[in-house]
Ligand binder design. Structure first.
Ligand code: IMP
Ligand code: MG
Length: 173
């Protein structure tokens, strides 16, 4: 197996900046909470949060852990919560921050889970989407890039725990 660069770091950076600008406009004067999905979204969330801060948005940041994969390539249809977020989101405006939406089960599950905590609103922000793989219909309010059905790694995303540190998004070839 080899890797090639699918999305270079410069393109990721401009996209994150554009998403942050859009979110800053939409959430002006709102009580925003970013909920990052561990582990893959940690780098995207940290870049997004810093870019939001530059644009005058200072959201609360929380993480949830969801195990959605039984092995590295097959989606489990029953995602499980491995760690819940610590704070309250009641009455707040929640933005789920994901690395990639594949079949859609993880985000579908999280939307239901977080809805029970009575937020004022919940929206979805994902850096990547593989629309052709979707099994659950998910409305992605803020999307970075739509990609083909290929396995990607880097910028937080892994293959068996590795490659998360790559600043570029890589494609397995
Ligand atoms: P879904 O429940 O099928 O939408 O799965 C979404 C999760 O699967 C993402 O949060 C990723 O952690 C993981 N995932 C899906 N596709 C890839 C990929 O190409 N590379 C790395 N992780 C992936
Ligand atoms: Mg993920």
């Amino acid at each position: 197996m080899n890797e090639k660069i699918l999305i270079p770091r410069k393109d990721i950076q401009s996209k994150v900046n554009a998403l942050a600008l859009q979110i800053a406009v939409d959430y002006k004067n709102k009580d925003l909470v970013l909920v990052g999905v561990l582990n893959g979204a940690f780098i995207f969330l940290s870049d997004l949060a810093r870019e939001l801060f530059k644009n005058g948005v200072n959201p609360q940041l929380y993480f949830v852990g969801v195990s959605s994969y039984v092995n590295s390539t097959n989606s489990s249809k029953q995602p499980k919560l491995t760690s819940d977020m610590k704070g309250s989101i009641e009455g707040k405006d929640v933005l789920i921050v994901e690395d990639i939406i594949d079949a859609g089960h993880t985000v579908y599950f999280l939307l239901e889970h977080l809805q029970r905590k009575k937020p004022n609103s919940i929206k979805v922000c994902s850096l990547l989407s593989k629309r052709s793989r979707r099994e659950k219909e998910i409305e992605i309010d803020y999307l970075g890039f739509e990609i083909e059905n290929v396995w990607v790694e880097g910028y937080g995303m892994d293959t068996e725990g590795k490659f998360r540190g790559s600043p570029d998004i890589l494609q397995r070839t």
